[in-house]
Design a protein around this ligand. Structure first.
Ligand code: GLN
Length: 332
């Protein structure tokens, strides 16, 4: 009797603990959480605006915003959450969905690659060292190759496809920030070189100048943290935008995209990020970062100063603090 009772008591205890833990996560006031985290890092000054795109150096470094959108479409924001900043590399994690919708997930393995480089996002060495050349869709080489691989009748139609895909993720119309687009167009010589190098290796799939231009335009699209959290929540919700209710990408592709975000979303610091936070995420040199908690949340933060890897310092701190509080490390 005693022997039977003990394991049973243990199970009851475990169940009670589980119920309390779940209830706690659900009881957290998300509006208070974004306010608290915003306040916690409001005075944090580390990092520096990127200056290799001159217009980014001119953005106010004090801007700071945090947003959470739940997988059922509830929105919570704090700080400068209506401020539009350039999406930059974050676009890569969503444009990948457009490619998959059009050509399936095998096309990504075959034509681009999915392995992490462990090197900076604009590394030429990564192209030389890896036989896949373009390496993965979240570094500049792979992202430009992705743009080149997407099929459309002409450049105008391709832009429409790329832009409307981002808009479907955000659930609203978006526009290019012209000052950023002009500045990046005037200075993107390295990206032009990368595209030519890929072409040399037979890993570029459309007109070089046209594709680099479309990629540059895509990176210059303006979003705010609320848009970004909705975009993340669309992945958290299996490819259906929880605010608009519209399907953006097939559910079967979402784990593949999140896998690449997990290994390569924060470039050469992806391992460090994963070790500390344990969430798929994507950053951009515009200062934005979005993290996805499958089935639960899109978490976004924005602050222009970035670290050596090109990831916003405050956005990383804010998302890490939120993830910790919500207890959402995917490895737990
Ligand atoms: N448009 C930027 C570039 O091509 C994107 C880089 C980034 O956000 N890390 O360099």
């Amino acid at each position: 009797m005693k022997k039977l009772f003990l394991p049973m008591a243990k199970n009851v205890l475990l169940l009670a603990f589980f119920i309390i833990a779940t209830a706690q996560a659900e009881d957290i006031d998300l509006q208070k959480l974004v306010n608290d985290v915003h306040q916690q890092f409001a005075e944090h000054k580390e990092g520096k605006n990127p200056d290799y795109i001159p217009a980014l150096a001119a953005v106010n470094p004090d801007l700071f915003a945090v947003s959470i959108v739940t997988a059922d479409g509830k929105v919570y924001s704090s700080g400068d959450s209506q401020h539009l900043f350039s999406i930059q590399s974050i676009s890569k994690a969503f444009n990948l969905a457009a490619l998959m919708q059009q050509q399936g997930d095998e096309a990504v393995i075959k034509n681009i690659g999915v392995n992490a480089t462990g090197l900076p996002f604009s590394s030429v060495m990564a192209i030389e060292l890896n036989e896949e050349r373009s390496v993965n869709p979240l570094v500049n080489a792979g992202a430009m190759a992705t743009v080149s691989l997407i099929k459309a009748k002409n450049s105008k139609q391709k832009w429409q496809l790329i832009a409307s895909n981002l808009e479907a993720f955000a659930g609203r119309d978006l526009s290019v920030i012209n000052g950023i687009y002009a500045s990046e167009t005037a200075t993107n010589v390295k990206n032009q070189a990368i595209a030519r190098l890929l072409h040399n290796y037979g890993r570029f799939y459309d007109d070089i100048d046209e594709s680099v231009d479309l990629y540059t335009r895509m990176c210059s699209v303006g979003i705010n943290t609320q848009d970004l959290a909705v975009m993340g929540a669309t992945y958290a919700n299996g490819g259906v935008n929880p605010v608009s209710g519209k399907k953006v990408v097939d559910k079967k592709y979402v784990p593949k995209i999140l896998a690449v975000m997990t290994t390569a979303g924060l470039y050469d610091d992806s391992g460090l990020w994963l070790y500390k936070v344990g969430l798929p995420a994507k950053s951009g040199v515009g200062g934005g970062i979005v993290a996805v908690v499958p089935g639960k949340y899109g978490i976004a933060a924005f602050s222009p100063p970035v670290d050596a890897a090109g990831n916003s310092v405050r956005a990383q701190l804010a998302i890490a603090a939120i993830a910790e509080k919500l207890n959402v490390n995917i490895f737990k």
